[in-house]
Write a new protein. Structure first.
Length: 499
């Protein structure tokens, strides 16, 4: 072991808490970045004099790259080491943040957001795997709950912080990443130790990566812009065709490739398969909520960025409070009931949001946000613990990559759907006025179509949550990889004997 790795002894029980601290820095940076960026979007739209098309790429371009690369990042991490890959992720993300901050126009900003996605893929693919390596199964749910609590804290602070930073110019939201990224890179380099045995046979599934990128990008473009530009527009049709052509080809390539991007063997485990499907549906259901409410508050209701950020805090409050509690309960009682209940509560909150309009009192808006956040808090930790707990140690990088790939795909679908439903229902000039944060409600412009589109978007999220609850019920009894390896039967809760 080199001297740089001796700051913390990996043989001591305290090491796992250091791992959780380091991965929580990455989680905090990612969640803060998402919240600060969304609240600053109206200012970016006005300052760079860009359009909705570019705005979508500023938001989703990062996620698209991270989603496509996260599986390769997880596989490379299994081969060269998760600690090294995680450290590199911090470095790339931080450098790209600097370049985003000095971008002269929307095109350059999009470019460096794509590079930021490379760093994000390395961070996402390794964080959960590092925690799973470090913690015993009986403590994993609590650890992941704490990690989710940090994400929730970032989700609360992100919009508020973004509103404050935007007062100094939207570029400060990227500069703010730099000290956090430097701290995270240093902590990862000096603390993390490779605990799994790397497999040096590195091979990238380039064809699978290309097919996945083409299919996901086609779906995103079609959903987001089919309504406003017309479903018969050639590039919208190309997006639809690209998705339906690429998906079966991707699965065929993955089935035959000896080192596939997506290890389909992982899905032979029903808990892993249903847990990931539920995670995808949860992302589809809730990730567009923050995006839509930002434009509802800043555009339709004319709130300033700081006030809007504070008004969005309840959305993450339930997550931060309930994530560690549900994680600890999952360690004791299993994931099935908690994950299913979380999805049902999320559905209830989204159904409540379908009732809001321009005159809705804030206490009611806050209540429904709190319900959505509470559902996510109850769902996330048990579901993540269950999914990662059934993966063999030498495949946890790939398993974490699959989980993040599906969650991020859900995020992309959610944002694209949100934009598509809103932009297809109203006049483009009114749409741009709302999305740029102008107070159009008092200018004699009817916002009925915008509110109706919000209701429809939340209703789609409700439907996705209900389907997720059904999928969660189908996951079967809770079990772990250690339990399977020991030949023990599945139980309603975690098998302590297998630990």
């Amino acid at each position: 072991m080199s001297p740089v790795r001796r700051l913390v002894d990996p043989a001591k029980p305290s090491y796992r808490w250091w791992v959780l601290t380091v991965t929580s820095i990455g989680a905090l940076m990612a969640s803060l970045t998402g919240g600060t960026l969304v609240i600053a979007l109206p200012d970016i739209l006005r300052d760079l004099k860009t359009d909705i098309f570019s705005l979508l790429w500023i938001v989703v371009g990062y996620t698209l790259v991270a989603t496509v690369l996260v599986l390769n990042a997880g596989r490379v991490a299994d081969m060269v080491g998760r600690a090294r890959s995680y450290t590199l992720g911090f470095v790339i993300f931080t450098v790209a943040s600097v370049l985003c901050a000095i971008a002269p126009n929307a095109g350059v900003l999009i470019l460096w957001r794509l590079v930021q996605g490379v760093g994000g893929a390395l961070l996402m693919a390794n964080a959960t795997a590092l925690v799973t390596d470090a913690f015993p199964r009986l403590e994993l749910g609590r650890a992941l709950g704490i990690n989710a609590m940090v994400i929730g804290a970032g989700a609360i602070l992100g919009p508020i912080l973004g509103g404050w930073l935007t007062g100094f110019g939207w570029r400060t939201i990227f500069w703010f990443n730099v000290p956090i990224g430097l701290l995270g890179a240093a902590a990862a380099a000096f603390i993390l130790v490779e605990q799994a045995h790397p497999d040096r046979r590195i091979e990238i599934d380039w064809l699978g990566s290309l097919l996945y990128f083409v299919g996901l990008m086609g779906l995103m473009v079609a959903l987001a812009f089919g309504g406003v530009y017309g479903w018969t527009t050639w590039w919208v049709i190309a997006g639809v065709v690209g998705f339906f052509a690429a998906l079966p080809l991707f699965l065929l390539v993955e089935k035959r490739h000896h080192a596939p991007l997506l290890d389909l063997e992982l899905f032979r485990n029903r808990l892993f398969a249903m847990g990931n499907l539920t995670g995808f549906l949860n992302a589809v259901a809730r990730n567009g909520v923050l995006f839509l409410l930002v434009f509802y508050l800043q555009g339709a209701r004319g709130e300033d960025p700081v006030t809007a950020g504070i008004m969005l805090a309840p959305l993450a409050l339930g997550l931060i409070v309930l994530s560690p509690i549900s994680g600890a309960l999952a360690d004791r009682y299993g994931s099935r009931a908690l994950a299913t209940g979380g999805m049902a509560i999320t559905a209830l909150g989204l159904l409540g949001l379908t009732t809001i309009d321009l005159t809705t009192p804030y206490w009611l808006l806050a209540f429904w946000q709190l319900v959505v956040g509470a559902g996510s808090g109850i769902f996330n930790s048990p579901n993540t613990s269950a999914v990662m707990g059934v993966v063999a140690p030498n495949k946890r990088g790939a398993g974490a990559g699959v989980r993040m790939m599906l969650m991020q795909s859900g995020f992309i679908v959610s944002i694209a759907l949100a934009i598509g439903l809103v932009t297809s229902s109203m006049d483009p000039k009114v749409m741009v006025a709302i999305f740029s944060g102008e107070q159009v409600g008092g200018n004699g412009v009817s916002l009925t179509a915008f509110i109706d589109a919000l209701h429809l978007a939340f209703l789609v999220g409700f439907a996705a949550s209900v389907l997720g609850a059904v999928a969660s019920l189908m996951r079967g009894e809770h079990h772990s990889y250690e339990q399977i390896a020991a030949g023990l039967p599945a139980t309603a809760g975690p098998a302590g004997a297998a630990e």
